[in-house]
Design a binder for this molecule. Structure first.
Ligand SMILES: C[S@@+](CC[C@H](N)C(=O)[O-])C[C@H]1O[C@@H](n2cnc3c(N)ncnc32)[C@H](O)[C@@H]1O
Length: 284
């Protein structure tokens, strides 16, 4: 598989698909799409990488969580906090902080207790991975001092993100605004909260159980644009796609959701081109 010479643009985000970007490049390399529309943006890393690598000329992503509102401030906040902690004698470690240090850390961040996105952004360095993946983060979850303390990667990600057109809408409105029927030049990226995960609902998001996932697939079927669909369990995802009679190829990877939690990560490439074969040799 061809590798890009540049390093991937990525930031820490629960459910990030940065590790599938090279595979997506490979899948669409002969298609010459003019536009990619990422409906459940999350970290918006797919659009950001495809645009930076000139795979498509135009990208639009749905920052439904408004994660990138004030992101520059969030990066600066992290830098300042890390420096304060180092001055107080904190040392990076995989072990939980002692009670005294935990208290100092939580006192420092108490003022941002209502800023969900900032707490989420900081959590990679301060919150145990299994807790990070469970939903909203609280100040009382901050009990570690770990992982990459630098903000270099985040700044690079954010600088490139200026080239991605961001919006923030419910997925149905977003599709209505950016997708036209039977558009062969656009690829839609569909990565909803997973059907089988605990996190069926991100903060303020729709509850993505079976009904909502079916509703979503019904809409994209009607729109007839090629799309990439992510979900969790391969067997369930295949059943769903077959139910709709889609023409697709797929690949499933095992991903470390947290330290002791390996889960399936299903990706399917659905096309509406009748000549497209059922299987694509670059998969599996
Ligand atoms: C699995 S994550 C997407 C991760 C993303 N592909 C990435 O690589 O970072 C699903 C995203 O959908 C968002 N979401 C939840 N309900 C939504 C809705 N009704 N409309 C649009 N987005 C929604 C969540 O907030 C979350 O950011």
């Amino acid at each position: 598989m061809k590798k890009t010479s540049k390093t991937l643009l990525k930031i820490s985000f629960s459910g990030s698909k940065a590790n599938r970007v090279i595979e997506i490049n490979e899948l669409i390399k002969n298609k010459k799409y003019k536009r990619v529309v990422e409906v459940f943006g999350g970290s918006c890393c797919i659009s950001n990488n495809l645009k930076r690598d000139n795979i498509v000329p135009e990208v639009v992503a749905n920052d439904y969580d408004k994660y990138f509102d004030n992101f520059e401030y969030h990066i600066n906040y992290k830098e300042k906090l890390i420096n304060q902690l180092i001055e107080l004698g904190f040392e990076k470690s995989k072990r939980a902080l002692c009670e005294d240090q935990k208290e100092k850390l939580q006192n420092l961040i108490i003022k941002i207790q209502d800023n969900k996105n900032l707490l989420k952004y900081l959590s990679k360095n301060f919150v145990f991975s299994a807790v990070r993946n469970m939903g909203d983060i609280k100040v009382s979850d901050f009990s570690y001092f770990m992982n990459d303390l630098s903000t270099k990667q985040d700044r690079e990600f954010y600088i490139n993100l200026k080239n991605v057109h961001l919006d923030s809408l419910d997925y149905k409105d977003f599709l209505q605004k950016y997708i036209t029927f039977n558009d062969r030049n656009t690829l839609i990226i569909v990565d909803p909260p997973y059907l089988n995960s605990f996190q069926k609902q991100y903060s303020n998001g729709t509850y993505f159980g079976l009904c909502e996932t079916i509703r979503l697939l019904k809409i994209v079927k009607q729109l007839k644009n090629d799309f990439i669909f992510f979900n969790m369990i391969e067997k369930d995802s295949i059943e769903l796609l077959n139910l709709f009679g889609f023409n697709y190829t797929y690949n499933t990877k095992n991903t470390n959701a947290s330290r002791n939690n390996i889960r399936e990560d299903f990706l399917a490439y659905i096309t509406f081109d009748e000549k497209e074969s059922k299987r694509n040799t670059c998969l599996n």
